[in-house]
Ligand binder design. Structure first.
Ligand code: PHE
Length: 477
């Protein structure tokens, strides 16, 4: 039920590009390779695939269907199912806000690398020593804030344009571009001597890591899967609410899950073989995207190293933008829906004003993330301290830097909680037919009755419980 004022996607292709754009992000290009690197390669991939099929796909379909059925953003959609469900929608929007407080900072950092490699291609080395650049950059508060600001501004410009004219147009260009850039970089890496070890690590049968620490691999893969698919937030519900009744929801959900997984695997096929070829560690952890890859591009050397570096960070930038846009849209849609209901905000429900105000608040709160040197604190040369340093407590997963603090609130608690509740509501309160009927509103016969019923009743609630448990123990354990 798209009303004219809320806006809607003009084409199913546009919807798909936007939904895939949301799913494909830093999670795929950064999180997936480094977590795979630290969790046994193939074993991680195997668990990830099983979870994406039996847990992720059903939640994806559930969110899209809930949005389209109610024609509302996240809060409105849950409220439309009954007043007592509304709080779950609120969790989604609040989680979106917290995610953006760090995601936009990271997006700004990526943008710095894009511009840096562009300049370097024309002979202006602005990175200095690649091995130490990252450390200097993150403690330079002024620079971090400026790039954060520019990234946030770019997001606002797209969202203010509207659903079809802003979000859809951006993604229709950005997503195919991202795919081709990734393909070029992948082929280049494949031609490097020594890359083969990386593929072997990813694809040759090896379940030993599962025998050694089953829970760790499952927990990490589960958390990664659900973050990567943009679940448990306002996003897929909101995008679903902009989709025409004609479209086949099951097919769309499947396409999004498959594409997201494919891009994550392709990212692994860039980062891990590149590390293998240049003798760098797979398990470097979060530093992989920024510092390790920079060393890789420096080792490629000269113009070609800078050129491949530019292409790589450009595609990471496009991925980050299309994800952050979707989250900011989820938050914006909440205010737009509210305004329209109250007859405020004119034709578009005050879209521009809503997204500007949201962005300003995100920028102010997110500055904490930009200024603590990712946890190094004042002693490490940054402008402010991490939460643990401020409180004078021993640093834990949630308190070692402001980024992790906001990550804990969103990815750690609110998102998995929301998704678990959704799975339980669909399986046991609203019943699976609520979703399947919405799928059939397009006039297609749904093919997934049996499969989705099984998922909603059994695998999805259990899977989400594992995610929630895994997240809480990893932040507080
Ligand atoms: N899925 C995105 C990624 O992989 C992140 C994201 C999470 C976007 C939640 C929207 C909602 O980076």
């Amino acid at each position: 039920m798209e009303s004219q004022n809320r806006g809607g996607f003009a084409t199913n292709f546009g919807f798909l590009m936007a939904a895939i754009g949301s799913a494909v992000g830093l999670g795929n290009l950064w999180g997936f390779p480094y977590k795979m690197g630290a969790n046994g390669g193939f074993a991680f991939l195997l668990v990830y695939l099983i979870l994406a099929i039996f847990v992720g796909l059903a939640v994806m379909l559930g969110e899209m269907a809930l949005g389209r059925k109610t024609g509302q953003g996240c809060v409105g959609a849950y409220a439309a199912m009954g007043k007592k469900f509304k709080w779950v929608g609120v969790c989604g929007v609040v989680a979106g806000f917290f995610i953006l407080c760090f995601y936009m900072v990271l997006g700004g950092m990526v943008l710095r690398y894009v511009c840096g490699y562009l300049l370097a291609m024309f002979g202006s080395n602005n990175f200095g020593d690649p091995a130490t650049f990252f450390g200097r950059f993150i403690t330079n508060g002024g620079s971090m804030l400026i790039w954060f600001f520019v990234f946030t501004l770019l997001n606002v410009l797209v969202i203010a344009g509207g659903v079809a004219e802003g979000i859809e147009k951006f993604n229709k260009i950005a997503m195919p571009a991202l795919f081709f850039l990734l393909l070029i970089v992948l082929i280049y890496v494949a031609c490097q001597p020594g890359a083969g070890e990386g593929y072997k690590f990813m694809f040759s049968w090896n379940v030993k890591p599962l025998q050694e620490d089953f829970l760790k691999v499952v927990k990490t893969a589960a958390g990664q899967m659900f973050f990567s698919l943009s679940l448990g937030m306002s996003v897929m519900i909101t995008y679903g609410s902009y989709l025409s009744k004609k479209e086949d929801l099951e097919k769309d959900a499947l396409i999004v899950v498959v594409s997201d997984t494919l891009i994550a695997i392709m990212a692994g096929m860039v980062v891990l073989p590149a590390c293998a070829a240049f003798g760098l560690e797979y398990g470097a952890g979060p530093g992989l995207l920024f510092s390790t890859m920079q060393v890789v591009f420096a080792s490629m050397g000269g113009f070609i190293g800078n050129f491949i570096g530019f292409l790589f960070y450009l595609l990471v930038f496009l991925a980050a933008m299309s994800s952050s846009i979707s989250v900011l849209e989820g938050v914006t849609a909440y205010f737009v829906d509210k305004n329209l209901k109250e007859g405020k905000g004119g034709e578009t429900g005050g879209r521009k004003k809503a997204c500007i105000i949201a962005a300003v608040v995100i920028f102010v709160v997110g500055s904490l993330v930009a200024l603590d040197g990712l946890g190094g604190g004042i002693e490490g040369g940054a402008l402010i301290n991490s939460p643990a340093q401020m409180l004078g407590i021993e640093a834990q997963g949630w308190s070692d830097c402001w980024l992790d603090f906001f990550d804990m609130l969103s990815e750690g608690i609110l998102m998995p909680l929301g998704s678990m509740m959704l799975a339980i509501f669909i399986g046991y309160v609203w019943k699976t037919d609520t979703i399947m009927d919405e799928c059939e509103a397009s006039g297609h016969k749904a093919w997934g009755h049996g499969f989705f019923k099984f998922c909603y009743k059994i695998t999805t609630p259990i899977g989400m419980l594992i995610v929630l448990y895994g997240q809480i123990t990893s932040f507080f354990g």
